[in-house]
Write a protein that binds this ligand. Structure first.
Ligand code: PEP
Ligand code: MG
Length: 893
């Protein structure tokens, strides 16, 4: 039924069981148009119509004129509709009315425009009165059309129409629209037309063809309205996709009490249960459901009874149409092999389908639906794995906000660690600990956090900081702890002395309750209800399928027994990064750690290291037991100094007391250690080069713990000792020598043999460039993409949050490179290093342990490079397992 040749086809018709297009043509027809065509060919009841493709939209927006041939094609397509429905467009006796709707490739709900009841004018409205036998309905339809068309096409604010309606109701003593009689609606039409004439100095268009072209133009133009642009930016939808326009014969859900309009999901989008889920309104048009002016009714009797609702369900009042709807839902699911989200209208007991698409769902529902569809034989396991968004699994692993509580956030920051929590605001770690000891739930609010705050972070339900980015101290530590965290909430002004914070005009005092949603970065005043996670059977089933398909191993970044346990529960296969400096965050440990950093000479340092040795050994022993038989990568100390230096006099005094030196000594040493760029300062292997005794102590602790663990557990432990922030083969050779000498001495002293490996982080551009030389001394590489991103971009991990936000908002970058690996730039470095390493040592083990190790698209990239494993914080392990499986499957496509 094409109206022009396929190459230049400008209009795709559908109706009466046939269609020019099909579901695979979303790029051209948009989601709505493609699925309308598909439903038509399936023989479902779809009002006839046609789709003007997205290509025409882009052409029109570029040139401002209609492409040649479009007008003829549209006339021919209108003609086809006329023949199918037996009414004519603009005809005063039997007029055809149409809807004009947008429909892009990706769903952009409510972002673009729609016009209903088009084709009504002063003549055709009379025919509608005659045809429907319902004057009230006809005039109400006409006034709806004038209002919608004037708003969307003529640019007259809809409030003016709403005010006019309210005035009329007030004059005539009505409270509700339902009380209005036919003549009231007719009078309203007169007033609406006068309003248009006054606003535009010309009458409301009476020519139905002018109306149609005006609406088509407006819908195309709505692709570039501010809402749509913002939506596209937020959802990474390219600007050059354009929208299609769907013109379709009107069916009326507001004709009488045997008419209705509704939306339905073929399964419950919250739980995934196989039941018809949705709502409908008797005697209503689509916009009435969307606008929420009337409370919709249930579709099924069971759900009505469950909700204790009185008004009858569709199943009860329209059993015939309901039965047909149920059959169609089954047919659509079987056809699309997925849960569908549909829109329908019932006109005088006759069901019409207006839309179908894959329905959006929660992570819990996504898992259940994917697994159920496999059981039902509709999809295979590979497809099920691809159906679940790995990032969405986060929702299942942490408590989440009860979405129905819908409230506006008081403040927004960067969503650093997911989960929702409510508690009272405290501004210091000590206070957090004190209150938590008394059983009070607290949210720790700081400018930024440092190791001094660790006890408070432990005690708190969640952490909120005004500064910092996605890899700041607060973000990394909170993520590791599995606590909700928001960082870089720039509009939050904290006054520590007064014990209060302000956000614009809102004051938040210590002791006030707030709720944090770490998944969205939103902070709410007061307590919002949260929902506890539930790891259902489907979760384990799908994970099992994923594990059977993935090639890369998934390890975890963990320092504590608790983290290791959590990670094992989530399926970790080893530790890919143990940041030893994090093991000194506890209050009783930070003092000897500071003593070591602040010591004036080697003797002072060794004295402090003596205190640290048993602590380290004990920690490693716990980890080795917990991870029995699995690989454990332990990184030598890498403390950015500013995170460890004491700031207050009291903290400095504690260090002075412990070291037996004066406060002044500590102060002047702290001053001399002060660095302008601590991230680029005396950290990583640089520390081991200047102070070899630190690497010696750590090696001794690792090897001794390995010997003990092996003896007691009977399981061989293979520690992987990792040297951080290496930039040359020389640096690594120097530190490796210390490690090898110390390990040999320890093994000799204990008369034991431990297989250990020495490797390095690749986290500096020079390391990537010199990877072949570095691999001479490394058994493995682990990509530290946090530092690599920082140094390749030349931006600071701690400070970049603020301006990266602007970059994203203004479209300069798509995603925060600290969250998702910059594959073109930083990724090139990773690829180069992998190649360099393999050139020297073909069997070199390659992994990633930066935050990107838990990011699905970065994981896909790691699979492409053939890395051996990814390592991520414990709560991301399931995400990484699924993403790694998807990466393998998408390579096979
Ligand atoms: C990295 O730089 O990517 C890394 C894992 O180390 P850290 O975040 O501790 O610097
Ligand atoms: Mg690093």
């Amino acid at each position: 039924m094409s109206v022009s040749s396929p190459a230049e086809q400008m209009v795709y018709s559908f109706g009466d069981g046939t269609a020019d297009g099909h579901a695979g043509m979303k790029d051209v027809l948009g989601g709505k148009g493609a699925n309308l065509a598909e439903m038509c060919t399936l023989g479902l009841p779809v009002p006839p119509g046609f789709t003007i493709p997205t290509t025409v939209c882009m052409d029109f927006l570029a040139k401002g004129t209609w492409p040649a041939g479009l007008e003829d094609a549209v006339s021919a397509a209108i003609n086809q509709i006329e023949q199918i429905v037996g009414r004519r467009f603009g005809d005063a006796d039997a007029p055809l009315l149409v809807s004009v709707r947008s429909g892009a490739r990706a769903s952009m709900p409510g972002m673009m425009d729609t016009v209903l009841n088009l084709g009504l004018n002063d003549d055709t409205v009379k025919a509608l009165v005659d045809a429907s036998g319902d004057e009230r309905f006809a005039w109400d339809s006409y006034r709806r059309f004038i209002q919608m068309y004037s708003d969307v096409v003529l640019g007259i604010d809809h409030h003016m129409f709403e005010d006019t309606l309210e005035d009329l109701k007030e004059e005539r003593g009505y409270f509700r629209d339902l009380e209005m009689e036919a003549e009231d609606w007719r009078d309203l039409v007169v007033r609406y037309r006068a309003l248009v004439a006054e606003e535009l100095d010309e009458p409301f268009p009476q020519n139905v063809h002018d109306q149609l072209w005006g609406a088509i133009r407006a819908v195309f133009k709505s692709w570039t309205n501010a809402r749509a642009i913002t939506y596209r930016t937020l959802h990474n939808i390219p600007d050059d996709w354009g929208t299609a326009v769907n013109v379709q014969a009107m069916v009326f859900g507001n004709l009488d009490d045997d008419s209705a309009t509704g939306v339905a999901f073929t399964r419950d989008p919250n739980t995934g249960e196989r039941l018809l889920y949705g709502e409908f309104l008797v005697n209503a048009q689509g916009e009435d459901v969307v606008s929420g002016i009337r409370t919709p009714q249930h579709l099924t009797k069971a759900s009505r009874e469950h909700a204790g609702a009185k008004r009858p369900a569709m199943e009860e009042v329209m059993p015939r149409a309901y039965g047909q709807l149920v059959d169609i839902c089954t047919q659509l699911e079987t056809h699309y092999c997925d849960m569908q989200d549909i829109e329908f209208t019932v006109e005088q007991d006759r069901l019409w389908m207006l839309q179908t698409r894959s329905g959006k769902r929660t992570a819990k529902a996504a898992l259940k639906i994917a697994v159920d569809l496999v059981d039902e034989g509709l999809i295979d396991q590979d497809q099920a794995i691809m159906r679940v968004d790995p990032a969405a699994l986060d929702q299942l692993l942490h408590p989440t906000l009860d979405e129905e509580a819908g409230k506006t956030p008081a403040l927004k920051g960067l969503p650093a660690a997911p989960g929702a929590a409510a508690g009272i605001v405290v501004f210091s770690a000590d206070e957090a600990e004190r209150q938590a000891r008394d059983g009070v739930k607290v949210i720790l609010v700081r400018h930024e956090t440092s190791p001094e705050d660790i006890h408070g972070m432990h005690a708190a339900e969640a952490i909120l900081t005004a500064r910092g980015g996605m890899t700041s101290h607060a973000a990394v530590v909170a993520r590791g702890m599995g606590k909700p965290c928001i960082v870089g909430a720039g509009t939050l002004k904290i006054d520590l002395e007064e014990g209060r914070a302000t956000v614009l005009d809102t004051v938040i005092n210590a002791g006030d309750t707030i709720t944090i949603d770490g998944a969205s970065g939103s902070v709410y005043l007061g307590e919002m209800p949260t929902i506890e996670p539930e790891l259902t059977g489907e979760f384990a089933t799908l994970m099992g399928w994923a594990d059977a398909r993935r090639r890369m191993k998934v390890r975890t970044n963990a320092e504590t027994e608790r983290d290791a346990k959590t990670a094992i529960k989530f399926g970790a296969e080893g530790i890919g990064l143990c940041r030893t400096e994090h093991m000194f965050f506890e209050t009783d440990r930070i003092i000897p750690m500071r003593e070591m950093i602040l010591a004036n000479d080697e003797a002072g340092r060794r004295a402090a290291l003596e205190k640290l040795l048993p602590m380290q050994r004990g920690d490693f022993l716990e980890l080795f037991y917990e991870m029995a038989g699995l690989p454990v990568t332990i990184r030598l100390l890498d403390p950015p100094l500013h995170e460890f230096l004491p700031h207050s006099d009291a903290d400095m005094q504690d260090v002075a007391d412990a070291a037996g030196v004066s406060l002044d000594d500590v102060k002047s040493r702290a001053e001399s250690l002060h660095e302008l760029n601590p991230m680029l300062g005396h950290r990583g292997c640089r520390l081991a080069v200047t102070y070899p005794e630190i690497a010696e102590m750590q090696t001794q602790a690792i090897i001794e713990a390995a010997i003990w663990a092996a003896k007691e557990s009977g399981k061989a432990v293979v520690p992987e000792i990792m040297v951080p922030l290496v930039g040359s083969g020389g640096e690594l050779a120097f530190v490796k020598d210390i490690i090898d000498r110390t390990a040999a001495a320890v093994m000799k002293a204990h008369d034991a043999q431990i297989d250990y490996q020495v490797g390095t982080m690749i986290e500096l551009p020079r390391a990537a460039l010199m990877a072949d030389e570095i691999a001479d001394h490394a058994g493995f590489f682990s990509f530290g993409t946090n530092d690599l991103t920082q140094t390749v971009f030349g931006i600071s991990r701690d400070d970049a949050g603020g301006f990266l936000n602007d970059y994203q908002r203004k479209g300069v970058i798509d995603r925060d490179p600290f969250v998702s690996l910059d594959q073109q730039g930083v990724g090139k470095m990773v690829a180069m290093a992998a190649e360099g390493g393999r050139a020297t040592r073909p069997d070199i083990k390659l992994g990633i342990c930066g935050e990107h190790g838990g990011d699905p698209s970065s994981i896909t990239f790691c699979e492409e490079l053939g890395l051996d494993y990814v390592s991520c914080s414990p709560y991301r392990v399931p995400i990484a397992r699924l993403a790694a499986a998807q990466a393998v499957l998408s390579k096979q496509d």
